[in-house]
Ligand binder design. Structure first.
Ligand code: ADP
Ligand code: ASP
Ligand code: MG
Length: 411
């Protein structure tokens, strides 16, 4: 067995959604295997299985235990992985499917958002020695105690990258229903162009600002372990997008000022008015959010009047219930005047490694939105991303306008 010739391929829900597509995955795996590669396949649950299971659980319990949710949701990937193994065997090759537990994907016990701590490789290597193609159920792991966990929505990407890192695979192929990473979601902007190469940092910003084509954790893991990702389509053989270190970039062409536009409608704005404008207040306020495990995204503090300030912040929709409880508690400890919660907002972002060295990108973005009468409510910038909060019902229009303003469309 050649341990230097390992390839990890991940197929998402749409790529294993039907019997025909499962057979297509089997063909790809067999082809790579016949080329002399040791093949690991990671799969997501078929089609909308995960959503359907969530819906089903909601009929039983409004707030189900997170542990039980992970028991439930992990079954989706067990179905698809065994079916892919059967398809490969049916076609005359050798295959075995394994759960996260059987592989030894050890995670912490943060049910529904578990973090991978370690990935065993012995079982997979021994299956290779037996001539097997190995199919690993994505999205799941096991705690030290032996409980099944899941890695967060979209987490099969992370399983694939973690396997590639553990097995020292040359790269990790992530197959989905699009040809790669585009300058904007191709399902929203038909003119969007496929990007050939992206740095880890650009992909991290795109993923964290709403481009769900790759799981954020997968990109973080790839960056930390130096795993090269090839995001490509499961429906054709076209070259996709390579995500790697910037040193791998020879051509200046790829250092675009703006590489892509992303958007996120899963945001809520909370504005807290009349808080004391004194040292240490912001620290206390945000430590309450941190203690409740709420990730605060954007923060704006405005000019104080009569010793009082106002702070606006954004969080994810799913954290709103907990955030409301935190705020109630704060009202008793801080002398807050009022709180406003706005769920009709969204965030649009532009990302590009080249903007570090090109002044004027922010002003171009703001002019583009302003000239089209789109009001910017909050702004945040860091070296390679600029984000604006605006009304939710204008966000797709904003994506389209920015895509045009920065001439990102196909030639
Ligand atoms: P899978 O189920 O295979 O994991 P996902 O649905 O998670 O696939 O990711 C693919 C989807 O990501 C595409 O169908 C597309 O709508 C969406 N997407 C959002 N932003 C982008 C982008 N910048 N480039 C490509 N796809 C994107
Ligand atoms: N099946 C899981 C989900 O729908 C994991 C994944 O698809 O990556 O989120
Ligand atoms: Mg996905």
């Amino acid at each position: 067995m050649d341990e230097n010739n390992i390839v990890v391929m991940k197929f998402g829900g749409t790529s294993v959604g039907t019997v025909e597509k499962i057979n297509n995955v089997a063909d790809r795996a067999i082809k790579a295997n016949k080329e002399g590669k040791n093949v690991v396949i990671t799969v997501s649950a078929m089609g909308d299985t995960t959503d359907d299971l969530i819906e089903l659980s909601a009929k039983i319990s409004e707030k189900p235990s997170r542990r039980e949710m992970d028991m439930l949701l992990s079954t989706g990937e067990q179905v698809s992985s065994s079916l892919v193994a059967m398809a490969i065997i049916e076609k005359g090759s050798k295959a075995v499917s394994l759960t996260g537990y059987q592989v030894g994907i050890l995670t912490d016990d943060t049910f529904s958002e578990a973090k991978i701590l370690d990935v065993g490789k012995e079982r997979i290597l021994s299956e290779f020695s037996n001539g097997n193609i190995v199919i690993v159920a994505g999205f799941q792991g096991i705690t030290e105690k032996g409980d099944i966990t899941t890695l967060g929505r979209g987490g099969s990407d992370t399983t694939a990258v973690a396997l590639a890192a553990a097995l020292d695979a040359k790269y990790c192929e992530i197959f989905s229903d699009v040809d790669g990473v585009f300058t904007a979601d191709p399902n929203v902007i038909p003119d969007a162009r496929k990007i050939n190469k992206l740095s880890y940092d650009e992909m991290l910003e795109l993923a964290s600002s709403g481009a769900k084509v790759l799981h954020l954790r997968a990109v973080e893991y790839a960056k930390n372990h130096g795993v090269i990702i090839h995001a490509r389509s499961s429906f054709n053989n076209n070259e996709g997008t390579w995500i790697m270190d910037t040193e791998g970039f020879n051509d200046k062409m790829e250092q675009a000022v703006v590489s892509g536009v992303s958007y996120d409608t899963n945001q809520v704005k909370i504005s807290v008015f009349g808080i004391p404008d004194e040292p240490g207040v912001a620290a206390r306020l945000f430590s309450e959010f941190a203690a409740a495990h709420i990730n605060v995204d954007m923060i704006v503090q405005n000019v104080s009047e009569k010793g009082k300030a106002a702070i606006s912040l954004t969080i994810k929709n799913e954290d709103l219930d907990i955030a409301k409880k935190v705020i109630e508690k704060m009202k008793t400890t801080f002398s807050i005047e009022s709180v406003q919660i706005d769920t009709d907002i969204a965030k649009v972002s532009i990302v590009g490694a080249g903007m570090k060295s090109h002044p004027g990108v922010a002003s171009k973005m703001f002019s583009c939105l302003g000239e089209n009468n789109i009001n910017i409510e909050m702004i945040s910038t860091s070296p390679i991303i600029i984000s604006c909060v605006l009304r939710k019902d204008r966000v797709k229009e904003a994506v389209k306008l920015l895509h045009e303003c920065f001439t990102l469309e196909k030639e």
